[in-house]
Write a protein that binds this ligand. Structure first.
Ligand code: BGC
Length: 797
């Protein structure tokens, strides 16, 4: 493997799904898994194409209960291209890796150029060898186009090759084995046709959301002797007969256009798709514009980390950019937790944007703004959800998709026991604080006051209002309490001896709620008075409410025990788990919840967490900000208490989420450096090594991927963008970054501010322009760097 490529040698059925996820190509509008074009969905292969924001809701009955799920729809497969040798005796079998002899096989993803290359040599039962080289791209400049070039070579024979190029609408959402009992047929009203001898199309609709989807494909091969169309309701195919001569290459190009009725500026998706496919330029011309678009992306996302870690980070960034590209800025979509790379979590949007937007803010602020606007469009729904729950303000859903209602499943399957269990994770109201946090950090990074004062303020104030109304004063503890929630650690969704779902006084929820209330008050001061008045009139806000916010923000209850912050009230009464015994018995105990439930026990009886919960506070807030938040709440959080807290949870966390390693790596880089690399490494290899045991094949973990890149960008540099300064406070993690690392930022209208960090010094380069100088603040000094200048700063010893 060379730098900038990601490749897999040999055909390995057991790894196929993982490779398909990691070889996904996308452009923000849609993405297609790296499945082989000659393979349909089965136990080994899981082709899938997903259009950002295209969801459909279906009902199912599981465990005797009617449930509803909204899925990101697997739209018709545009890849199919199969082939077989023919002679006078007729056609041989279609060549397929599970039935034919695979002599050579290689998949290679080119990260710099967004290309997937596959090379295979098949041998059929008659000993005929066919070499296949395919180059695939999902176009980064024209988001509605994809293309596949296939070069065939008869290695040891001369004769005819039959090639079938198709659009397959008979696909279902079957990508996640755990969801097999759930309805999966989303595409209906299929219809296929031809618009020219080499141009065929397929259209269909989603069942409930009634999104019209159309694909048109043009398959060309100048050497083909004959071509035929073959159409059914759910499949449009074209047959081509290629004369192959030993040692000579024949090329087939397939270009595909994809539109849905959600697209702006079209009159009909079918007409738009046919028109686009018809006008599409040649493969070479498409390749050219695609490469330029990727070049531009990489310039904005430049990241220079040496060695293997750098190569993995580049892969992570590649997948982030394919899911959330500048095209996303024009869409009504959120951050899908598993990318557009698979069907896990049904393409839903969780709090994972918390790990993604801080990165995007400093490179693609227009994309961050669009992702926040997705939340704003669903503000009304969030207010309705709060009202239905008897609360004021906005209660954002834990899982969100099309219209912003709560999409968390009511039941989930424990594959270990085969039981469907009630799911209380919708009580993770802290997702609202994640939205608020992102609004604020977006504004700090970009200075986009227009957004902050309008959509941003509308959301932030309603989220603050929800927290103030959720907090009830308790005379016993003489503080405000927020009860009946679930924190980031989903293992504790109730007290073990209680019928009531949720736990009380989750430290993470309460501290972030206090932060949100404080920012909301600050925002009221920042707003231009006419705008403040408008908002007050619109949401019925008065001075009394502000008083309540102030009061709550200073006296929310944060429990402590044994000198550490408690994850929630009563946490200390939970039993200790015998970690050693469980690790010995099961090896991998990341999903302790499933293990214990299958044993007839429950994880919520134990001081055992799925992922970072209290420690998330150290991820969100730099040490000084966290300290002052606790002071504001009337507690003292000194270094010793924080270190004890870190140690306490470190020993009691199973890391059943890829986010956990990331957060621990981030926090430990400052709190206990010697241990940081172990966790950062786990986050780094989370997807490539499929650390969570088979889940990457169902979609990448976008939060961890973006988060690892941001670990280098903000975590290790201590980068903060506030008070009109670029603040830096580097913490070394040499195993990750080597002796120096660098990246560029988009900051305060300066495109391409370059930072390079060495063990003992820092270089900041501001590109030449007529903009204002940048203020750079280190813990011990403040300097100004003018456009066109590079400043070298020695780091404090
Ligand atoms: C984690 C959540 C996360 C979700 C989607 C879950 O396993 O516990 O924190 O938001 O996955 O990535």
């Amino acid at each position: 493997m060379t730098d900038g490529t990601w490749s897999y040698e040999g055909y390995a059925p057991a790894q196929e799904r993982l490779r398909e996820s990691l070889c996904t190509l996308g452009n923000g509008y849609f993405a297609t898994r790296g499945a082989l074009p000659e393979c349909a969905a089965d136990e080994t292969h899981s082709p899938g194409t997903y259009v950002a924001g295209c969801y459909d809701r279906l009902g199912s009955v599981v465990a005797g209960r009617q449930v509803e799920n909204e899925d990101l729809v697997n739209v018709p497969n545009w890849l199919p291209l199969r082939f077989r040798c023919r002679d006078e005796a007729g056609a041989g079998p279609w060549l397929h890796p599970d039935t034919a002899h695979v002599l050579e096989h290689r998949m290679c993803l080119f990260l710099g150029s967004g290309l997937l290359e596959r090379r295979t040599v098949y041998e059929d039962t008659a000993g005929r060898r066919v070499g296949v080289r395919q180059l695939r791209l999902v176009h980064m400049a024209d988001p509605h186009l994809a293309t596949l070039r296939t070069e065939f070579r008869a290695e040891n024979w001369t004769g005819e090759l039959e090639v079938e190029s198709a659009l397959d609408g008979a696909v279902r959402n079957t990508g996640v084995p755990r969801y097999r009992d759930l309805a999966d047929l989303h595409l209906v009203h299929g219809h296929a046709g031809t618009a020219a001898p080499d141009l065929f199309w397929l259209r269909c609709r989603t069942r409930a959301s009634d999104v019209r989807i159309a694909l048109a494909a043009r398959t060309t091969c100048p050497e083909a002797t004959q071509t035929y169309g073959h159409l059914t309701d759910r499949r449009a195919a074209q047959l081509l007969y290629l004369p192959l001569e030993e040692g000579r290459t024949v090329t087939v190009d397939k270009v595909v256009a994809l539109h849905t009725s959600r697209d702006p500026a079209i009159s009909d998706p079918l007409e738009a798709a046919v028109d686009r496919a018809r006008r599409a330029p040649t493969f070479d011309a498409l390749l050219d514009t695609h490469l330029t678009a990727w070049d531009q992306l990489w310039r904005r996302a430049e990241l220079d980390v040496p060695a293997e870690a750098g190569r993995i980070l580049r892969l992570h960034l590649f997948h982030v950019l394919q899911t959330l590209s500048p095209h996303t800025a024009d869409l009504d979509v959120g951050v899908p937790a598993r990318g557009l790379h698979g069907e896990a979590y049904r393409g839903h949007v969780f709090w994972d944007e918390l790990f993604v937007l801080p990165y995007l803010n400093l490179h693609f602020p227009e994309v961050s703004r669009a992702l926040l606007t997705y939340r704003h469009r669903r503000l009304e729904r969030a207010c309705r959800s709060a009202r239905d729950a008897g609360r004021q303000g906005a209660m954002y859903p834990w899982q969100s998709s099309s219209d912003g209602r709560e999409e968390t499943q009511q039941l989930h399957l424990n594959p270990n026991s085969g039981r469907w269990l009630p799911d209380h994770t919708h009580l993770q109201h802290h997702v609202g604080s994640a939205v608020a946090y992102n609004i604020w950090r977006y504004w700090q990074a970009t200075g986009d006051a227009e957004f902050l004062h309008t959509k941003g303020a509308e959301m932030l104030l309603q989220i603050a209002r929800f927290w103030a109304d959720s907090a009830a004063y308790d005379d016993g503890v003489r503080r405000y309490r927020i009860r009946g929630v679930v924190g980031p650690d989903e293992y504790h969704d109730a007290y073990p001896d209680s019928d009531r779902p949720g736990i009380d006084d989750n430290a993470y929820t309460n501290v972030t709620a206090a932060w949100v209330l404080t920012r909301a008050l600050e925002l009221l001061d920042l707003l231009p008075p006419p705008r403040r008045q408008e908002l007050a009139e619109r949401i019925g806000f008065d001075g009394g409410e502000a008083e309540l916010w102030r009061d709550v923000s200073r006296s929310l209850y944060v429990p402590f025990h044994a000198g550490v912050i408690s994850q929630f009230a009563g946490y200390e009464r939970l039993a200790e788990l015998d970690w050693e015994a469980y690790t010995k018995k099961y090896g991998d105990i990341r999903r302790l919840d499933r293990i214990l439930e299958a044993e007839g026990d429950r994880v919520n009886r134990y001081q055992a967490s799925k992922q970072a919960d209290v420690l998330m506070l150290g991820y969100l807030f730099p040490p000084a900000e966290l300290g002052s938040l606790f002071t504001q709440l009337g507690y003292s959080l000194d270094d010793a208490t924080w270190l004890r807290t870190v140690d306490h949870y470190l020993r009691r966390t199973s890391h059943g989420s890829t986010l956990s390693g990331l957060v621990h790596g981030w926090v430990l880089a400052r709190a206990r450096r010697a241990d940081a690399w172990r966790f950062a490494h786990e986050a780094l290899i989370g997807d490539i090594a499929d650390v969570q045991g088979g889940t990457t094949g169902e979609g990448i973990h976008l939060g961890a991927m973006a988060g690892t890149v941001d670990l280098v960008q903000r975590g290790l540099t201590g980068l903060e963008t506030r008070d009109d300064a670029l603040r830096l406070d580097p913490a070394p993690l040499h195993q990750l970054t080597g002796s120096s690392y660098g990246f560029t930022l988009h900051y305060q209208g300066h495109w391409g501010v370059r930072l390079r960090v060495f063990a003992d010094r820092l270089h900041v380069t501001v590109p030449a322009s007529d903009r204002s100088p940048i203020t750079v603040e280190l813990p011990d000094r403040v300097v100004t760097v003018r456009p066109g200048e590079t400043c070298e700063l020695l780091l404090p010893g």
